[in-house]
Design a protein around this ligand. Structure first.
Ligand code: ADP
Length: 502
């Protein structure tokens, strides 16, 4: 250790023999220690009461207060000071006694400078070690305090979130939950974490989902369903869960986010009600106008100038477009309000497809198209569904295939089983859809307009209706398409219907 660091260790030499006292001071000062001297115990104690010392060299045999008493007083008042006893050969035993009482070391007189440096340096090293340990302990305590503050800050943030938050471990025990979670699920205000989720979540479906995620059964985030459920009569909630993954991607538990969607649902209902009302009011006058235009055109065939006849025909066509739009809007609001899908029964999907194809055959033939249905094995289990929903799904898809395929084109409808689903493919070799539009075609009112489709009338509501209905049956729809090549719409419907997973 360098002399520079020795400067941090003040030494006090208490000895009545001036020669020893001064000699030691010189040796130690040369070694870099700030050293002071005292000629007796009292003087030493006075210095100690004024100045901080690290090491005291103490002679046991002095006039005035006894060295042993000085040692005792030092230990009581300054326990961090290391006391080295200076002793004559005759008093070695007393020195040992002093060490038993807590002195750090002893040095017999007379001593060589080296001996003194050695023993003081040893004391210095011991003090440095103690200081370092203390500093480390302080640091540890500070870190612990920081961690505590960080933890409580995190708790405050999580608690003030408007959404409910629940974190579970891999056994499905709640390790963290916030106030909103307690409020959303109407749990007692003093509910605390620590229990299994069965203690907090009454809805069985949600419980199963959280347990599945907690136990690592959903490694692929994309396939985790959003779960909607009701609490009480008036409250609608939506839960989203994600696994918490460790460093090695192992599942440690789940985080569940609970959103109150009551207001959203209410707004949605109001919007649907409004659309349904307006559509309903518009439908009768429009139908009357459409009928009267048709009558007028029929009655005056050949009597009107060509341009007038064309004008009336266009007006009739436009009113027909408006009537279909209103029909679609009414369908949509019926689906959204949940009144479609009420008439659940056992339906055989192959028969539904056969009926739709029979009905649309004339339309396809008017365009010289080849419409074929291939129901494969044919021996399928019936679906539990509302038949009008199935008619609407496949009626829309096959009508689109006919509409968006050129004269003389081919339309194939095939059916088979794929895993737990019945799979229906509606394929055409028609106009196709540009890739950039593929994820838009299921949005309300989206229509792809190009040179081929510009004159085809439509509302842009067919596919959103189809998607809504397919999902309400627990299924999914996807599309593959390329311009000028054709399109394939694939619908998967579970043979055992899913419930509220949307
Ligand atoms: P609509 O047919 O009334 O326009 P849809 O929602 O049924 O409304 O379809 C949206 C758009 O998707 C259509 O305007 C069309 O551009 C495209 N589309 C749908 N089906 C096909 C198909 N089989 N082939 C090519 N394009 C299609």
């Amino acid at each position: 250790m360098s002399t520079k660091t020795n400067a941090e260790f003040n030494v006090l030499i208490i000895d009545d023999e001036e020669e020893i006292r001064e000699g030691s001071r010189r040796i130690l000062t040369r070694a870099g220690y700030p050293a002071q001297t005292a000629a007796n115990g009292q003087e030493g104690l006075d210095i100690l009461s004024r100045e901080a010392m690290s090491i005291v060299l103490l002679d046991l045999k002095m006039p005035g207060i006894d060295g042993m008493d000085v040692l005792k007083l030092i230990q009581e008042s300054y326990p961090h000071i290391l006391v080295i006893i200076i002793t004559g050969f005759a008093t070695v035993e007393t020195a040992i006694e002093a060490m038993k009482k807590g002195a750090y070391d002893f040095i017999p007189k007379p001593f060589e400078p080296d001996q003194l440096r050695l023993v003081v340096n040893r004391a210095r090293d011991t003090i440095s070690l103690t200081r370092e340990t203390e500093a480390l302990e302080q640091e540890r305590l500070r870190n612990l305090k920081d961690l505590d503050t960080e933890k409580s800050r995190l708790h405050t943030i999580v608690d003030s979130l408007p959404n409910g938050v629940l974190v579970t471990n891999s056994q499905g025990e709640a390790v963290l939950l916030n106030q909103a979670f307690i409020n959303h699920l109407m749990l007692p205000a003093d509910t605390e974490s620590g229990e299994h989720i069965t203690a907090y979540v009454a809805d069985e479906g949600l419980r199963d989902l959280i347990l599945d995620i907690s136990k690592g059964r959903h490694v692929d985030f994309e396939d985790i369903p959003t779960y909607t459920f009701d609490v009480g009569r008036e409250r609608h909630l939506m839960a989203r869960g994600r696994p918490v993954l460790g460093e090695k991607k192992q599942c440690l538990g789940a985080v569940v986010n609970l959103v109150d969607i009551t207001a959203m649902k209410k707004l949605d209902e109001l919007k649907s009600e409004f659309v349904a009302k307006v559509s309903h009011e518009l439908r009768s006058p429009l139908s009357t106008i459409h009928e009267q235009l048709a009558l007028a055109l029929g009655d005056m065939v050949g009597q009107l100038p060509h341009s007038d006849e064309e004008l009336l025909s266009r007006a009739k066509e436009k009113t027909q477009g408006l009537i279909s739009l209103i029909g679609d809007l009414l369908d949509l609001s019926r689906i959204e309000s949940g009144s479609t899908g009420q008439d659940i029964r056992e339906v055989s999907l192959d028969k539904v497809l056969q009926n739709i194809c029979d009905f649309l055959e004339t339309k396809a033939r008017s365009k010289n198209q080849d419409l074929q249905l291939d129901i494969g094995e044919g021996d399928y289990p019936p679906l539990e569904a509302d038949p009008t929903a199935l008619e609407s799904i496949f009626g829309n898809l096959i009508t689109n295939a006919i509409q968006y395929t050129q004269d003389g084109g081919k339309i194939r409808i095939s059916m088979d089983i794929s895993g737990v689903n019945l799979r229906v493919r509606v394929m055409d070799n028609g106009f196709g859809i540009e890739e950039r539009h593929l994820d838009k075609i299921f949005e309300q009112f989206f229509r792809e307009k190009n040179s081929k489709t510009r004159y085809i009338t439509g509302t842009g509501l067919g596919l959103p209706i189809v998607k809504n209905l397919v999902e309400s049956l627990g299924g999914m729809i996807q599309v593959d398409s390329a311009p000028e090549q054709g399109s394939t719409f694939t619908v998967l419907l579970p043979m055992q219907n899913g419930t509220n997973r949307v």
